[in-house]
Ligand binder design. Structure first.
Ligand SMILES: C[S@@+](CC[C@H](N)C(=O)[O-])C[C@H]1O[C@@H](n2cnc3c(N)ncnc32)[C@H](O)[C@@H]1O
Length: 243
């Protein structure tokens, strides 16, 4: 499989062999290329907004995945420092094989630890493998540390966004609400929660199957923009062929 992100960043993925873990993100990319496109489209959308807002010179990426986000961040910001961590061996070797800038440092790192021990970077890029309002609590110590470093911006996601309508009350409770009835209410509730805890709120979001959130420091809770990623947006971000 071959991938172009934003007509520029080229990435090849070897066909998955029998040994590839079927639960892995690498396997998911091959199995769900349309979702992978949207995943890249979401990241491109919020980082394009970030680029309009501020300069980003240093980035720490705690969940490198297959490097779609890495490539987008590289292209948009050309950061002087870009540290990428990942735990899955197939993703790690794929990331290490890419011809990204020589300034990128890719290494094994469990986010449970790397987030807790991180130093300051302008952008903290946290593309969790599983995240929803209930899981925020599991990452409380790590999130407190990362937000506490006072970065310019933080990327976070919600992988359960597609099931939001099935859990209007269940997902609402950890966000301090009784029920959340719409995408707008759900995203605003995240924004209010993180603002009350850390003083950051969501400036921009992009949604498809999952959701991407761009947090920035704000005095008042911002009302997030919501970009609904369509197939054509994803296609602009990434063309997949050869399958
Ligand atoms: C949603 S994907 C990241 C996708 C990435 N932004 C991209 O565009 O390719 C999440 C990644 O986190 C990795 N992962 C899971 N648990 C982790 C952990 N504790 N520490 C670091 N990486 C982890 C998974 O292997 C997966 O590749």
């Amino acid at each position: 499989m071959k991938v172009v992100v934003d007509h520029n960043i080229f990435m090849s993925f070897p066909d998955p062999d029998e040994s590839l873990d079927r639960e892995s993100f690498m396997y998911w990319i091959h199995k769900r290329p349309a979702f992978a496109q949207a995943h890249a489209g979401r990241q491109l959308s919020v980082f394009t907004r970030l680029k309009q807002l501020m300069e980003i010179e240093s980035v720490i990426e705690f969940f490198g995945g297959v490097g779609l986000g890495t490539g987008i961040v590289q292209k948009l910001f050309q950061p002087k420092i870009h540290r990428v961590y990942e735990i899955a061996s197939e993703c790690l070797s794929h990331l290490q094989e890419q011809s990204f800038s020589s300034r990128i440092m890719v290494s094994y790192g469990d986010a449970g630890k790397t987030m807790l021990e991180a130093d300051y970077a302008d952008l903290m890029f946290c593309d969790f493998p599983l995240m929803n309002p209930m899981r925020l609590e599991n990452w409380r110590a790590q999130l407190s540390h990362v937000f506490g470093l006072s970065p310019k911006a933080i990327y976070m996601n919600d992988t359960s966004f597609w099931s939001r309508h099935l859990h209007r009350e269940r997902y609402a409770r950890p966000l301090g609400k009784r029920v959340l009835n719409s995408d707008e209410e759900y995203i605003l509730a995240y924004s209010e929660k993180m603002h009350s805890e850390y003083g950051y709120s969501i400036e921009a979001s992009a949604i498809h199957h999952g959701a991407s959130f761009l947090y920035v420091k704000s005095k008042e809770v911002l009302t997030p923009t919501i970009k609904r990623i369509q197939k054509r947006d994803a296609r602009e971000a990434m063309n997949i062929w050869g399958r």
